[in-house]
Design a protein around this ligand. Structure first.
Ligand SMILES: Nc1nc2c(ncn2[C@@H]2O[C@H](COP(=O)(O)OP(=O)(O)OP(=O)(O)O)[C@@H](O)[C@H]2O)c(=O)[nH]1
Ligand SMILES: [Mg+2]
Length: 416
């Protein structure tokens, strides 16, 4: 094991270089402190995140999501034991879990494994979802990066189901596991839109309960009805987290998915703004504190001069009286991408005209992405096009907007 000082505590290094070295060496106290800094968005956390950028992309990031009480935390405890038995080092970030992950059984096993296994192989951290919309998602991503840089083989993120959390697990995780309790029945139709879009593996947990058989069949049927996509074939597995039954097969499947789909997905999606991009960083902060964007749980994904991407998961609060996504919320999403793309040049770009069309209705659980690109630009005016797409690639709305380019800079608190 490559620990410098497994106990951490007093005397831990303080400069950025020293801290990065300590994180790479898996120094637990340094990792824990860095996570707290990221959670609180403290200024020093930015330098640390930038310094570890070269170290990330090696860990297999597994997202575990599903309805409250489906057994996610219990399943993670069982997974920790399986991974430990295979000699893997695992970190867990659990977002606002009502039931703690203890790792207790793993630590018990460790004593038998002796000092070479060490309790260092498991790191568990709960993250409070007290952040504002988008803020938690960004913090979670940076925390996953940190755990990745610390050399954990697997990083597991637990979050509640689609539409109930502002963490978009599908863009963060290499492998997304959706845990379903038995007896979904008619709910299957309702949850289908949200979870099947993101699941790489569906787990029917509480396999010891009578309805597990039927739920497994229903999910299997549903997958067969769905159009076959190239690449990974989504699988339905059954587990009993309380006894560990089926968990070994689940780890085999997670490994198979990592081998086929690769790891480091969150980097490929370039969701973390590159370090040093001050304007993007300032605008991201602006987005996160913008009341309309917070109201609509709009998440900043990325931006560069003349382009921007924003995302929104449609939840109950977005629905109109017909039970579909309110056009105003879609406008807010598109307009946000438009505004961020146009304001990348350091001066205020004032919107003077917009047009929007709606092609298809949008349902609860859909994830909408708005991508804004610059169509033309003169000294005074710039025109942008924004496409709003659903998870399956369907364009749901098109937007064009014109800005008048002022010579005024952004307000002092926004000026890079
Ligand atoms: N019978 C049975 N009970 C289970 C199984 N897995 C979990 N449970 C129980 O289900 C309850 C909820 O389990 P958790 O692991 O806390 O579920 P969760 O999905 O993490 O819940 P939240 O974090 O609150 O969303 C607990 O009482 C578990 O003991 C299982 O396989 N069989
Ligand atoms: Mg839980």
């Amino acid at each position: 094991m490559k620990r410098a000082d497994p106990k951490g505590g007093a005397g831990a290094p303080s400069g950025v270089d020293k801290r990065v070295a300590a994180i790479r060496a898996g120094h637990r106290a340094t990792i824990a402190r860095a996570i707290t800094e990221i959670e609180n968005d403290l200024p020093q956390s930015g330098a640390l995140s930038a310094a570890i950028a070269a170290d990330i992309g090696r860990a297999h990031v597994v997202g575990i999501t599903g309805a409250p009480g489906a057994g996610k935390s219990t399943l993670i405890n069982a997974l920790l034991q399986q991974y430990a038995a295979r000699g893997r080092r695992v970190a867990v970030a659990a977002i606002d879990p009502s039931s703690p992950i203890t790792g207790g059984a793993v630590l018990g096993d460790r004593i038998r494994m002796g000092s070479s296994g060490g309790a260092d192989g498991v790191f568990i951290r709960s993250l409070a979802s007290r952040g504002h919309a988008g803020g938690l998602a960004r913090a979670t991503r940076r925390i996953v990066d940190l755990l990745d840089a610390a050399g954990f083989d697997v990083v597991i993120v637990e979050t509640v189901g689609a539409g109930q959390s502002d963490v978009d697990i599908a863009s963060l995780a290499d492998t997304s596991v959706v845990v379903c309790p038995p007896g979904l029945g008619d709910d299957v139709q309702a949850i289908k839109a949200g979870i099947l879009e993101i699941a790489d593996v569906l787990v029917v947990n509480k396999g010891d309960q009578p309805l597990a058989d039927r739920t497994e069949r229903e999910l299997d049927d549903m997958l067969h009805l769905r159009a076959r996509r190239p690449g990974w074939r989504v699988r339905v597995l059954r587990t009993t987290a309380t006894t560990g039954e089926g968990v070994s097969a689940l780890v085999d499947t997670l490994d198979a998915h990592a081998a086929e789909a690769g790891v480091g997905r969150r980097r490929r999606q370039a969701a973390t703004p590159p370090p040093g991009d001050a304007v993007s960083d300032t605008l991201r902060r602006f987005c996160e504190s913008d009341p309309y964007q917070r109201l609509n749980a709009i998440e900043f994904v990325e931006s560069a001069p003349g382009s921007a991407t924003m995302r929104m998961r449609v939840g109950k609060s977005h629905l109109n009286f017909n039970g579909k996504c309110h056009g105003g919320a879609i406008f807010c999403l598109a307009d946000s991408a438009f505004g961020i793309a146009a304001n990348q040049y350091g001066v205020i770009a004032a919107g003077i005209d917009t047009h929007m069309t709606f092609q298809v209705a949008v349902s609860e659980g859909d994830v909408l992405t708005a991508r804004s690109t610059e169509v033309s630009r003169t000294a005074k005016l710039a025109i942008y096009r924004v496409d709003v797409t659903r998870g399956d690639g369907t364009v749901v709305s098109s937007f064009t907007g014109t800005v008048y380019l002022t010579t005024r800079r952004h307000a002092p608190h926004l000026t890079p």
